[in-house]
Unconditional design. Structure first.
Length: 290
C-alpha cells in the first residue's frame, strides 16, 4: 500500500498516491530535477539559484532556456543585455542607451545595433537620409540616398536609359586611367574592351533534379533563374580595389566599392585622390544613355 512519509498517510492505489503528491501544498516538485520540496518558497529558491533553470522570479515564470529568459527580461523588465542591468522603465533604459558610449543606438528610432558599422548604415539609409542623389541615366528621374544605391540601380540594367553593368564598367575603365580604383592586371586594355565573361546555360544544365550552375554548383528550379544567376556579378572577376595600402579589399562591382567607401570602414573616404577619381567617373556618366 503506498505511503506518504511527509504527510503520514496511506493510499489504496498508486494513482491515488500520485494525485495526492500532485495536488498537495506539502509537495512542490521540480519535474526536471525530480526533487520534492515541502514548501513552495523552497521550490522557488531552487529555481532561482539553480544554473539548470531559466526562471523569472517577479513573474513566477519558467522558460525553456536562458535566451528565452533574456528576451523576456528585455521585453518586460527593461533589461540591458550588454550591461546586465535592469531599469525602472523603458524610458530609463532608453536614456541609458542614448548616453552610453558602449552602445550603438539610434535614439530617434529607439533601435539598438550590434556594431558601429550597422548603426552607420542605418543612419545612411532612407530612414534618415533624403533621396538627394539623382540618377545619371538620361531620361531617368529616380533619386537615391547614396551614390552606391544609384550605381547599383544602373548596374541592374533596369534604368530607362538602358545602362547596365557592362556599360558602367566600360566608363570606369575610360575615366580611371591611373587605375586608382581598378586593378589593371585583371582588366583587358582599351576603353571599349570587355573585361566581363558572359555565361549562359541551356537545357543541358538540368541534372535530373534541378538546373545546376557548372561554376559554383548551386541549383535552381528554373532555367531562367539559373541564367539570372549567371548574369549577375557572382562569377565576374574582382577588378575593383580599395586603393588604401592597409585595406586592398576587392570588389566585383563599382557599387560594391562605393558601399565600402561610404561605410567609412577603412578610412579611404578621407583621401582626396579617391574622391577626385569617383567624381571623374560620375561626371563622365552624367546623363548617360546607350
Amino acid at each position: 500500500m503506498p505511503y506518504c512519509d511527509r504527510c503520514d498517510r496511506y493510499f489504496r492505489t498508486w494513482p491515488a498516491f500520485n494525485q495526492h503528491v500532485n495536488n498537495s501544498a506539502s509537495h512542490n516538485i521540480c519535474d526536471e530535477c525530480d526533487i520534492d520540496f515541502s514548501d513552495w518558497s523552497d521550490l522557488q529558491d531552487h529555481w532561482v539559484e539553480s544554473p539548470y533553470h531559466s526562471y523569472c522570479q517577479p513573474c513566477n515564470e519558467r522558460f525553456d532556456d536562458d535566451d528565452d529568459l533574456e528576451d523576456h527580461y528585455e521585453a518586460v523588465h527593461s533589461w540591458c543585455r550588454q550591461c546586465d542591468r535592469f531599469f525602472a522603465n523603458d524610458h530609463s533604459r532608453h536614456e541609458h542607451y542614448r548616453q552610453s558610449s558602449v552602445h550603438f543606438y539610434c535614439a530617434p528610432c529607439e533601435r539598438l545595433f550590434r556594431s558601429e558599422s550597422n548603426l552607420r548604415a542605418h543612419r545612411n539609409s532612407s530612414v534618415h537620409q533624403p533621396r538627394s542623389v539623382k540618377c545619371r541615366g538620361r531620361g531617368c528621374d529616380k533619386t537615391f540616398v547614396s551614390v552606391s544605391a544609384m550605381i547599383l540601380h544602373l548596374e541592374g540594367g533596369k534604368c530607362v536609359s538602358g545602362i547596365d553593368r557592362t556599360y558602367v564598367n566600360q566608363k570606369v575603365r575610360e575615366y580611371d586611367r591611373n587605375n586608382i580604383i581598378t586593378d589593371p592586371s585583371r582588366m583587358l586594355t582599351g576603353p571599349s574592351s570587355q573585361s566581363e565573361s558572359w555565361y549562359y546555360a541551356t537545357d543541358r544544365a538540368w541534372n535530373g533534379y534541378a538546373f545546376e550552375c557548372y561554376l559554383c554548383h548551386n541549383t535552381y528550379r528554373t532555367l531562367l533563374a539559373l541564367n539570372q544567376h549567371l548574369g549577375s556579378p557572382r562569377h565576374q572577376d574582382k577588378f575593383y580595389i580599395c586603393p588604401l595600402d592597409t585595406c586592398r579589399t576587392r570588389f566585383r562591382t563599382l557599387s560594391g566599392l562605393c558601399q565600402h567607401i561610404e561605410s567609412q570602414r577603412c578610412g579611404i573616404h578621407k583621401f582626396r585622390v579617391v574622391k577626385d577619381t569617383m567624381d571623374s567617373v560620375l561626371n563622365g556618366m552624367n546623363r548617360l544613355t546607350l
